[in-house]
Design a protein around this ligand. Structure first.
Ligand code: NAX
Length: 331
């Protein structure tokens, strides 16, 4: 074990995504089988949450992971984000009965101002941030604005679960293995307005639109299934997606840490530079290529079909509306 250990903060570490995620980080699935890690586990200052967190830490101890160098358990943000190289922001208030989306945005917004500031002031100089807690695009926007000294490119949010869901649906419809489906692309917001772009996704190297040749399904059931998958899982399981979300976060970070293979991209929510008619400054999902050294670029020059463009406009409008709701947190 020769690599310098890295330090990774996880908020909401005692939650269900945290429970599925932490053993994967500690076993090397996220940063590689030779990368030692310290885990800074952050929870709310609540007796029950901190007790649950202790239990999780005991289980991590009991796995005797060779890569796990130590843990910090805390509800103090300055301690939690101290010297971290990655901040995985999962914890947030879930949407309660009768709560409107805008209420949720307003309730969760302030969490991300505090966390953004603490990351700005206490994290390692190379810190990178991935936001999962919903509404993840707008929460990432708030954290990015609150971390005044950090480059905006350090902030990302998760649409990898949506990418994986779309990839799986296309593979099943085409009767092909998962690996035949490449460059699955999600545009926009991680919400019911997200846009799974079947035209730019390939199956055995050809556009999924040409392989599947069922426009009604691609624009109907496929879209609906991917957009509504989170709700369908809650309806079936009585709880929201957990290990699939944790798995998507492992994929998201691993693929940002490593260079993207030639000719490929991944769906990642990053700050918009105005590409693909997406309002500059929003955090929106794009096709991203990583250089494996901390940098990334939005893949340019893709053909956006009129149907997809119309849907992108709608998801961008939703992101603009969310931004307006939290305007006072972005100053
Ligand atoms: P849980 O309710 O199981 O766990 C959340 C944990 O976060 C709890 O232990 C809670 O105490 C903690 N927490 C709340 N506020 C906190 C704060 N300010 N600081 C630190 N910890 C805090 O939720 P879980 O199922 O783990 O989901 C977590 C978040 O992921 C939710 O916001 C959920 O909506 C979001 N999701 C995002 C997905 C995505 O693709 N972007 C998919 C899965 C998931 O729905």
């Amino acid at each position: 074990m020769t690599k310098t250990p890295i330090r990774v903060a996880v908020t909401g570490a005692a939650g269900q995504i945290g429970y599925a995620l932490l053993p994967r980080i500690a076993s090397g699935a996220m940063f590689g089988p030779d990368q030692p890690v310290y885990l800074n586990l952050i929870e709310i200052p609540d007796e029950k949450a901190m007790s649950a967190l202790k239990g999780v830490a005991m289980e991590l101890d009991d796995c005797a992971f060779p890569l796990l160098q130590g843990m910090v358990l805390t509800s103090d943000l300055n301690t939690g984000f101290k010297d971290v190289n990655w901040a995985l922001l999962i914890g947030s208030r879930p949407r309660g009965p009768g709560m409107e989306r805008n209420d949720l945005i307003k309730i969760n917004g302030p969490i991300f101002t505090g966390q953004g500031r603490a990351i700005n002031d206490h994290a390692a100089k190379d810190v990178r941030v991935a936001v999962v807690g919903n509404p993840c695009n707008t929460n990432a926007l708030i954290a990015m604005h609150s971390a005044k000294d950090l480059p905006k490119q350090r902030f990302t949010a998760l649409t990898r679960l949506d990418q994986n869901r779309a990839q799986s649906q296309l593979a099943q419809k085409a009767g092909r293995p998962i690996t035949a489906v490449q460059n699955t692309l999600i545009w926009g917001n991680h919400s019911a307005t997200q846009v799974p772009d079947y035209f730019n996704t390939t199956i055995d190297g050809k556009s999924a639109a040409d392989v599947i040749q069922d426009k009604a399904w691609l624009q109907g059931d496929f879209f609906k299934t991917v957009q509504q998958r989170g709700a369908a899982i809650i309806a079936a399981r009585g709880a929201s997606s957990a290990f699939s979300a944790a798995n998507a976060l492992v994929d998201h970070v691993r693929d940002l840490v490593n260079p993207t293979p030639k000719g490929e991209w991944r769906s990642v929510c990053v700050v918009s530079d105005g590409s693909y008619k997406t309002t500059e400054g929003l955090i929106s999902s794009f096709p991203i290529r990583s250089d494996g050294k901390g940098g990334w670029e939005i893949v340019q020059g893709l053909t956006v079909q009129p149907f997809i463009q119309e849907k992108i406009s709608a998801t961008v409008k939703e992101l603009e509306q969310e931004r307006a709701v939290v305007a006072d947190l972005l100053r």
